[in-house]
Design a protein around this ligand. Structure first.
Ligand code: PLP
Length: 341
């Protein structure tokens, strides 16, 4: 059966044209700094984001960790969101490998962190406390786009408070496409930005951390320490370059599919949160496991979460929308029958 996989935008397969670009990539030993394709990817993306330098790494997790470890020393602290990937879903890497203390705070409904709450979390300069050094944001956050004026405010705030500002921009281009802006309208507010190539952009592997020459120099040393120095990685970087050239504008198609799916589910009676980019969140409560099994029987893969996330991407076609809605309609109907029996 042809599976419709809505679990994440990480499940996409490299397209035939992307595979061709990978197969014909020029390569060299990147640990010696000799891979021309990796070099090009790093330069192209850094320039596109208006930052001085880039570093190609195997994953978004490593990219965020390198940012945290490059901004902070042992005994420093980063302020972050309770549900942010760089805090909750990265195996505690900053604490385990960087001796950096996380200070998570609750996020607001729009995915931002309230700057008064951030201010209250900053530690005084006193030897009892860890040194607050860095604030991290995530954009998009659960599919939501942070407003540009909020980013400007966060920049002003971090300057006043002597904090660096890092963006987990795993889905930065989704945010830029949704806002219809140049990505630099977002990235100009940050000291460092991590971008994933293997999410909505559809490459099989890789992220790029961008920042100043000095920060990226530090991160390059740390990448080697963490075992992330790769050799003929140009075959992977070529997929990233291809994605940056061909798969950015098309993110609008993913957003449109998500909007259609969200509207359709809402009209079936599901409680769907407003959809901004390629993620749809809906409340399914304790029916999550049975919904997952029900969908699986119909060739549709979802996770089993009470607040269910469905993600559209390169491998979800417009023709998939109808069978997905059909499955959710049948499930709602079956549940209704069970309730009245
Ligand atoms: C917002 C965000 N940041 C970082 C990551 C980490 O990326 P990776 O899976 O490549 O380590 C993810 C992964 O899903 C993510 O969603």
């Amino acid at each position: 059966m042809n599976l419709i996989d809505l679990r994440s935008d990480t499940v996409t397969q490299p397209t035939p044209a992307m595979r061709e670009a990978m197969a014909s990539a020029s390569t060299g030993d990147d640990v010696y700094g000799e891979d021309p394709t990796v070099d090009r990817l790093e330069r192209v993306l850094a320039a596109r984001l208006g930052l001085e330098a880039g570093l190609f790494v195997p994953s978004g997790t490593m990219s965020n960790l390198l940012a945290l470890m490059s901004h902070c020393e042992r005994g420093d602290e980063y302020i972050t969101g309770q549900l942010f990937h760089a805090y909750k879903y990265e195996a505690g890497g900053a604490a385990v490998l960087g001796s950096i203390q996380p200070q998570p705070i609750e996020m607001e409904a729009d995915g931002s962190l309230n700057l008064e709450r951030v201010a209250a979390a900053i530690k005084p300069d006193d030897f009892h406390f860890a040194r607050s050094r860095l604030l991290t944001l995530e954009n998009t956050m659960h599919g939501k786009v942070l407003p540009l004026d909020y980013l400007a405010e966060a920049r002003r705030f971090t300057r006043q408070r002597n904090l660096a500002l890092h963006l987990d921009g795993a889905r930065l281009f989704n945010a830029a496409v949704r806002l219809g802006c140049d990505p630099q309208a977002i990235t100009r507010h940050f000291d460092s930005v991590s971008v994933c190539l293997s999410k909505g952009l559809g490459a099989p592997v890789g992220s790029v951390l961008c920042g100043s020459e000095a920060l990226i120099g530090k991160a390059r040393r740390l990448r080697k320490m963490l075992g992330g120095g790769m050799r003929q990685a140009g075959v992977l970087a070529a997929a990233g370059l291809y994605a940056l050239e061909r798969h950015v504008e098309r993110l609008a198609d993913d957003h449109e599919k998500a909007r259609l799916l969200g509207d359709g589910l809402r009209s079936l009676g599901y409680r769907v949160e407003p959809v901004q980019t390629n993620m749809i969140y809906l409340q399914v409560g304790d029916r999550a496991a049975s919904l997952k099994a029900f969908c699986a029987e119909r060739g549709i893969r979802i996770t089993a979460a009470p607040r269910l996330r469905l993600v559209t991407h390169l491998d979800i076609q417009p023709v998939h929308i109808e069978p997905i809605l059909q499955a959710f309609a049948e499930f709602a109907e079956a549940q209704h029958q069970i309730a009245v029996e």
